[in-house]
Design a protein around this ligand. Structure first.
Ligand SMILES: [Zn+2]
Length: 82
């Protein structure tokens, strides 16, 4: 219902290189719970420094969790690419 969950993840901005924070996902219960990437299929954040939007896709391979990212200049650009 317009809510999300927090995702514990660490990464640097693909555009400006600053540490990212505030990762969110809508794949979980969306009750502002704190989840790990393995708990969701995708999550996202925007860079507090330059505003670049980052989409993350989580792939669970046996014994391994792989996270890939797409970087966009803005939230609007990210939605357009979908
Ligand atoms: Zn940035």
């Amino acid at each position: 219902m317009g809510m999300f969950d927090h995702v514990v993840y660490e990464s640097l901005c693909g555009k400006c290189g600053k540490p990212l924070s505030g990762f969110q996902s809508k794949d979980g219960p969306c009750l502002l719970e704190t989840l790990k990437p393995i708990d969701v299929e995708s999550f996202h954040t925007d860079c507090r420094n330059c505003g670049a939007w980052h989409d993350y896709k989580v792939e669970v391979i046996p014994a391994q969790v792989s996270v890939t990212t797409s970087v966009f200049n803005s939230f609007m650009e990210a939605r357009r690419c979908n």
